[in-house]
Design a protein around this ligand. Sequence first.
Ligand code: IMP
Ligand code: MG
Length: 178
Amino acid sequence: MREDIKEVLLDEEKINEKVKELGKKISEDYKGKDLILIGILKGSVVFMGNLVKYIDIPCAIDFMSVSSYGNGTSTSGIVKVLKDLDSDVEGKDILIVEDIIDSGVTLKYLMGHISGKKPNSIEIITLLNKPERRRVEINVKYTGFIVPDYFLVGYGLDYAEKYRNLPYIGILKDEIYE
Ligand code: IMP
Ligand code: MG
């Protein structure tokens, strides 16, 4: 797999330091609140799994699955819910956990969908943020890293379902997807 990667953008140690810092911030900001982390499948699972280890206040987790991409590398603009929340989130403090925000279309849709379930608050944490690519405005409470406009894989991020298991975030070689 390593031979498909042009460059390692963020290594495991650097990501881990950042995740620890984010976990600490969340623990301070959400003290006394009724926190539920909602991971967006499947890209957020590695980030989510590591993040919760550094949150030292009570919290619940849940997952949603949406599709917008197919196997391509840019958004289709159409979002479909494949798996909805299991828990009742009315009155809860929600933090949506994303791997990366690109166009923002997925999150815009999710914010609307989850707001309809009457939570007390709803915010977003993303490990990676590609602001250059934004098509709709999104308010992000916590960002791990601002990244350049390359197609990235690893640490949960995939290309055609591969590379999610890489422990670092790398730039995929152009010839793999062109
Ligand atoms: P958006 O709706 O365009 O913001 O797309 C967000 C979703 O697209 C993310 O949750 C990822 O699953 C996927 N995505 C966007 N950019 C990348 C990338 O560089 N590598 C892998 N997946 C990506
Ligand atoms: Mg995703």
